[in-house]
Design a protein. Structure first.
Length: 518
């Protein structure tokens, strides 16, 4: 199966040149040739959100004269600096998207996959080389940038008052929606079909996909969704916010006021005059900005929206990794500290939590902490998503579990027992497919996953010739597709732990929502 990519490249070469020059609503574009693909690395889809446009909804990009050569990626959004990511690589003028298309004509009408990157809503960049393998399978790939950190998710009473719709925060999500609208208007000029758009993302990108599925503002902008390690179904007060406040509009506004005080500024006007890196750089000492329930982009707790059937009901694939928490478990965690942490986290349910996530030794505590992190942040939200949609929706939901053993991982801790958080990207970006001799089992799994993903983008059904049959989710049957030394169906994995988290979150919702809904 690994020879398929080479065969696709040869076949594409024989068909002629891709669309290296096209136009969009704001002007003429010229891309670059990357094998049989036309690649446009930085297309402005909105006006630079600078000056008075900071902390406002995205505005239309301005037209240009002549030909815009989209041959270099746009800048990273302002974020904490680290090795390989310096301040000179960043700019508040960051609302760009990249496109890779195998189309030879604007009449090709190929399915479109829109990638939303992760990074905890604080970091990362839209650039990447996902197109080198996914696009070769006959889809147009779009990758979008959006505002992150304080620039993307600051809520504040003054900003709420400024808004005609009475909201603030969630600017990064509004960027994503604005980009999806741009795709609807322009993607046909890259050989794409605007009626066949699939959104897909990892981590915060997967959470974004989840929120877009629940947002009335995103209705009709995509017909399918793939989530890799993320979903926004936990009770909103437990979403990660720096101050531990609730994630309602009012709670987020209080965080914004605390941030203003931290910066020693009197008002939003002064904060708009600050350098962007002073708001999002590594020396800010204040982070954790996150989407909030603003009543506009996000209208309610996602779990309750799905209970009521109030969401964009589209086919979904939802995947988690077997050892997500390995990337986040502190290497030097002590059993005593872990047990105190569990007491603080789970309260009256702590004794039960320590049975499900034991930590009597330091090594056991490392695994217990990682497994709890996996289930609270990734596995349970993913399970809740497919379970609720199966109950209240009409579109199929497909559950996946990546458990492929590998020496390659973003987690370098030798105690790791499976696939860590973000490792799934290695199966999409060609890392394993370009090294099949070194990673034969991983390359085979990467080939299978990519075929399923592209089939899904083409037909809203992952199944296709040469692949194990994958039925939609049914928690009473082995319908979770496990990717490990191939692909096979299993029952819901880690069910005991998920049942515990389900009870824990049910108790949280009962405590939070006095209207009786759980």
């Amino acid at each position: 199966m690994i020879l398929t990519v080479c065969a696709l490249m040869m076949a594409a070469d024989a068909m002629g040149q891709p669309l290296l020059k096209t136009h969009v609503e704001t002007g003429v574009l010229e891309g670059i040739l990357d094998g049989p693909l036309a690649v446009y690395k930085a297309i402005p889809y909105a006006a630079p959100p600078v000056g008075d446009l900071r902390w406002r909804e995205p505005q239309p990009a301005k037209p240009w004269e002549g030909v815009l050569k989209a041959e270099d990626f746009g800048p990273l959004p302002p974020q904490p600096t680290r090795q390989g990511r310096t301040a000179d690589m960043m700019s508040e003028d960051c609302l760009y998207l990249g496109i890779a298309t195998p189309a030879k004509s604007v009449n090709d009408r190929l399915p479109v996959m829109v990638w939303i990157h992760g990074g905890g809503f604080q970091t990362e960049h839209y650039g990447g080389d996902l197109w080198k393998h996914l696009a070769l399978r006959g889809v147009v790939i779009v990758s979008i940038e959006y505002r992150t950190g304080a620039l993307g998710f600051l809520a504040h009473p003054e900003l709420t008052k400024e808004s005609k719709d009475g909201h603030s925060g969630n600017y990064g999500l509004l960027d994503q929606i604005f980009a999806l609208k741009w795709v609807q208007r322009n993607i046909a000029n890259f050989g794409g079909d605007p009626s066949k758009v699939t959104i897909f993302g990892e981590s915060a990108g997967a959470i974004s996909c989840s929120l877009l599925c629940g947002s009335p503002l995103a209705k009709g902008l995509f017909r399918a969704c793939i989530s890799q390690s993320g979903g926004s179904f936990a009770p909103w007060s437990d979403q990660p916010r720096t101050l531990g406040v609730d994630a309602s509009q009012k709670g987020a506004e209080q965080q914004g006021l605390a941030f203003q005080k931290h910066l020693k500024k009197k008002n939003i006007k002064q904060m708009r005059k600050m350098d962007a890196m002073e708001l999002c750089g590594g020396d800010v000492g204040f982070s954790g900005f996150w989407p909030c329930v603003d009543g506009y982009v996000i209208t309610d707790d996602q779990y309750r929206l799905y209970q009521r059937g109030e969401y964009n009901d589209v086919p979904v694939i939802v995947m988690t990794n077997s050892d997500e928490g390995a990337l986040f478990s502190p290497p030097n965690i002590k059993a005593e500290n872990y047990q105190k942490q569990v007491q603080n986290m789970f309260g009256d349910m702590a004794d039960e939590a320590l049975k499900v996530y034991p930590g009597n030794t330091d090594d056991e505590a490392w695994h217990g902490n990682g497994d709890a992190f996996r289930d609270l942040g990734f596995a349970w939200p993913s399970y809740a998503w497919v379970s609720l949609q199966t109950k209240t929706g009409k579109s199929p939901a497909y559950a996946a579990f990546l458990a492929q053993p590998s020496t390659m991982s973003f987690s370098q801790d030798k105690r790791r027992r499976g696939v860590a958080h973000a490792d799934d990207i290695l199966y999409l970006n060609g890392h394993f497919l370009t090294q099949p001799d070194k990673y034969p089992a991983e390359a085979a799994v990467a080939e299978i996953i990519q075929q399923y993903w592209v089939n899904f983008a083409k037909t809203c059904n992952p199944n296709g010739k040469g692949l194990p049959y994958w039925p939609s989710f049914d928690e009473t049957k082995p319908t979770t597709m496990q990717f490990s030394n191939g692909a096979s169906l299993i029952m819901v994995p880690n069910r005991e732990q998920l049942n515990f988290i389900d009870r824990f979150y049910k108790a949280k919702r009962k405590e939070l929502y006095r209207d009786g809904s759980q």
